[in-house]
Write a protein that binds this ligand. Structure first.
Ligand code: AMP
Ligand code: ZN
Length: 103
């Protein structure tokens, strides 16, 4: 847990955010400002600022497996995934996450 990181606080349960899905590696919750009818965020439990700082190769596999598992759970067969890396690319929250966007 990193202080002042909103996603660490959500993972810690500070805001009572409902998790659509969770496992050992990640939690999944709805984006507060959805850009598609279904907009979920897959957020690793361990704080890493962005893809540029990620050293654990295995974690990215687990995050993509989590994308598969949560979309299967909610019956979403067609979707886009997105990772913003760096401010100029639109990253606003500096805790690595994968967007899932679907209709
Ligand atoms: P990014 O621009 O890739 O860093 O994405 C950050 C995303 O987090 C944005 O789509 C925000 O709408 C979303 N977001 C920020 N704060 C919260 C929150 N408290 N709960 C859910 N989603 C959030
Ligand atoms: Zn964090």
């Amino acid at each position: 847990m990193t202080e002042d990181c909103i996603f660490c606080k959500i993972i810690n349960g500070d805001f009572g955010t409902e998790f659509v899905y969770e496992n050992k590696y990640a939690v999944v919750f709805k984006d507060i400002n959805p850009k598609a009818p279904i907009h979920l965020l897959v957020v690793p439990r361990v704080h890493t600022e962005s893809l540029n700082e990620l050293e654990d190769k295995n974690l990215m596999g687990e995050l993509l497996q989590t994308v598969k598992d949560v979309t299967k759970k909610i019956g979403l067969k067609s979707y886009k995934t997105l990772i913003n890396t760096g401010k100029e690319a639109g990253q606003e929250v500096f805790h690595l996450h994968i967007h899932i966007l679907g209709n």
